[in-house]
Design a protein around this ligand. Structure first.
Ligand code: UDX
Length: 437
């Protein structure tokens, strides 16, 4: 099939490259010409494992190309997938201006070239996370432009990709949600995803839109829940990793997303919880659970700062290494990364911070100031009073702990992601502080 993907951010680029690898011809459109030029050379503006090779391969096979010319891309395509950003506004509401502007553009193009399209039919798919009801708004925009109702359908097809494993997630989805209001659109999208052999759920557009918010809010709830349990574990002498493992074996609970740590970050969970709170309030519903989820999440960062303070006492002049800056491993995404809050908190208390991350130094430098960025782990921990694991990159799990101990001034580890065995570290002479153990 011929596909146009509008917006070459994280979701758009992964979607475009993966659909190309399923045998479709894909044109990705972005208004930013610099991004388009570099993508045509397979230079990608963010780090995602496996994506560069896939883009290179599909560009060379002429299955995938990048352009700023939206008219031509829309005209050539049967399915137009909108993956532009929906960032949060100050009040938490999702900002829909990019989705609206792209929809107007698509409507204009279909109308303008309606003669050359003939009786062609296009499905306009919203993949961006949009508030419930946006599908109707997009349909209204297109009809208002005077496009014949038989020429198009609007559909919602939310993504559930995790940064760091997005290509794998696209190819191996737990489920695919297709929200539409007519069989033509359902059939077209079912055909698109047939090669994945996945469980497809057909719903109304409004349900599909809501499924995304409800899923992310539930994931955030699990994280905040286990973080609260972790705090209690610490007081009563239990180990949250043992508690979570046994809880997770109950099928009704599930073992994923029960890792206690420094709270959830990234581009999706924080913004989707905020948007859902905003939506609930709009309808005069008091979102008590969601508000608590948010509060617990923010507290989790303070909790780590307080823990460091309670052990090191006066932080003035103390040297502290923070390992792992991105919001989680296998990505260079710094959005809502707990490391930002923790480092700023430590600095405020007078500590000198040395920071290291395998891939996100460049992006971290834009968000965190007044910190010494180091080229490797051992440089960052030399002579420090403590080290904090802020995201759980594999290379931190495999550290030569004897060497670590010999380099540090004081062998104190704050394991914000519970990646080490507390007993082993204590036997080695470290002072070990995890989360909830
Ligand atoms: C998430 C959703 O998983 C995905 O379906 C959606 O499309 C986008 O948002 P992502 O933001 O890439 O994906 O990250 P994810 O791996 O889900 O983790 C989110 C945050 O929760 C991270 O900060 C992570 O560290 C934290 N987390 C996750 C925990 O603290 N504990 C856990 O057990 C799981």
């Amino acid at each position: 099939m011929r596909i146009c993907v509008v917006g070459t951010g994280y979701v758009g680029l992964v979607t475009g490259a993966c659909l190309a690898s399923l045998g479709n011809t894909v044109i990705c459109v972005d208004k930013d010409r610099r991004i388009v030029n570099s993508l045509n050379k397979a230079v990608i503006h963010f780090y995602e494992p496996g994506l560069k090779d896939l883009v290179e391969e599909k560009v060379a096979a002429k299955r995938l190309r990048f352009t700023s010319e939206i008219d031509d891309a829309v005209l050539r395509s049967d399915i137009i997938i909108v993956t532009v950003g929906t960032p949060p506004k100050k009040n938490g509401e999702a900002d829909m201006s990019a989705v609206i502007s792209v929809s107007k553009n698509i409507a204009r193009i279909i109308k303008k070239y309606s003669k050359s399209i003939g009786d062609g039919y296009k499905v306009i798919v919203n993949k961006s996370t949009v508030p419930v009801g946006m599908g109707d708004i997009v349909e209204g925009i297109i009809l208002e432009e005077g496009v014949d109702r038989n020429r198009f359908s609007v559909a919602s097809n939310p993504e559930f990709l995790k940064e760091g494993s997005a290509v794998y997630d696209f190819m191996n989805p737990d489920r695919i949600v297709i929200g539409a209001s007519d069989n033509r659109a359902f059939n077209k999208l079912a055909e698109l995803y047939r090669p994945l052999n996945a469980h497809i759920i057909f719903t109304s557009i409004r349900s599909a839109e809501f499924i995304k918010y409800a899923s992310n809010a539930f994931l955030a709830t699990k994280v905040s829940f286990i973080n609260e349990i972790a705090k209690i574990c610490e007081k009563v002498g239990s180990d949250v990793t043992e508690v979570a493992q046994a809880m997770g074996l109950d099928k009704r609970i599930g073992k994923e997303y029960l890792k206690a740590g420094l709270g959830y970050g990234g581009s999706c969970l924080p913004k989707d919880v905020s948007a859902l709170i905003h939506l609930a309030r709009k309808f005069k519903i008091d979102p008590k659970v969601l508000e608590a989820v948010q509060t617990v999440n923010m507290d989790q960062r303070m909790y780590m700062i307080n823990k460091v303070k309670s052990v090191l006492k006066d932080l003035r002049g103390k040297k502290i290494a923070v390992l792992g800056l991105s919001f989680k491993p296998e990505t260079d995404d710094m959005r809502e990364a707990p490391s930002i809050y923790i480092i700023n908190g430590l600095k405020k208390l007078g500590a000198r911070v040395l920071a290291y991350d395998p891939v996100s130094e460049l992006k971290a430098k834009q968000k965190i100031k007044g910190v010494a960025f180091c080229r490797n782990i051992y440089e960052s921990i030399t002579d420090v009073d403590a080290l904090i694991i802020a995201s759980e990159w594999n290379e931190f799990r495999d550290l030569d702990l004897k060497k670590v101990k010999s380099k540090m001034k004081r062998p104190i580890i704050f394991d914000g992601r519970n990646i080490y065995d507390p007993n082993k570290l204590r036997e080695m002479g470290f002072e070990y502080f995890g989360v909830g153990r």
